[in-house]
Design a protein. Structure first.
Length: 211
């Protein structure tokens, strides 16, 4: 019995280092990754427009972006020219049409300078402005008239009647930067979405039936 107990004790002592070695060789557990915080979705930006529409009759101040003149007889009825907004248009304190917004006008009457002291004259009207993808109709008319040569004609008649025929007035000019006042010609809801253009539907070609 003593020999058997001694043998079991020796066996237990030998097995202890082996167990410890197995435990030491076991791979360490991987650290648990911390959860990644997902940022909340940012709310979509909304245009800073007033809930109230731009009313027809709202004044709008513009200026000429190019020169239009009867000089050299280049101006024609129906000719379009460009302007730009000179002062912002506000609705309830909110800017709805900013400075620099492009606008267009059209010549409605053209008179070139001529003999007998006749001066040139231009008459025009406002058409529309384009802002935020919209075309806003405008109203308003303006003109410019050159200086007549009446004094020159009278003097020429006294000195020589034939010479008076060749005395002319000056050309009319709508100069670049000239201020022009007009009005919004329709109610415009700047909050309403702009309708996207409808793409034409594809039409499949017709294949003739075999005869």
């Amino acid at each position: 019995m003593k020999k058997l107990a001694l043998a079991l004790l020796c066996s237990a002592i030998v097995s202890i280092p082996a167990t410890a070695q197995v435990q030491d060789s076991a791979p360490a557990a991987a650290p648990i990754a911390a959860p990644v915080a997902v940022p909340a979705a940012m709310p979509a930006a909304t245009p800073a427009f007033s809930a109230s529409p731009i009313r027809a009759g709202t004044p709008i101040a513009l200026k000429m972006s190019e020169e239009v003149t009867t000089r050299n007889k280049v101006a024609k009825i129906g000719q379009r020219f460009q302007l730009e907004v000179l002062q912002p248009v506000l609705v309830n304190g909110v800017e709805v049409i900013p400075v620099g917004t492009p606008a267009w006008g059209e010549l409605t009457s053209v008179r070139n300078k001529g003999m007998w002291g006749k001066s040139g004259k231009l008459e025009a009207k406002l058409l529309f402005a384009r802002t935020n993808g919209r075309q806003v109709r405008l109203s308003g008319s303006f003109d410019d008239k050159g200086t007549t040569g009446t004094a020159g004609v009278i003097g020429a008649i006294v000195m020589a009647p034939i010479v008076s025929f060749f005395v002319t007035g000056t050309s009319a000019t709508l100069s670049m930067g000239m201020p022009v006042n007009g009005f919004i010609d329709e109610d415009v809801d700047m909050n309403a979405p702009v309708a996207a253009p409808v793409a034409p539907s594809a039409v499949e070609p017709t294949v003739p039936a075999a005869g």
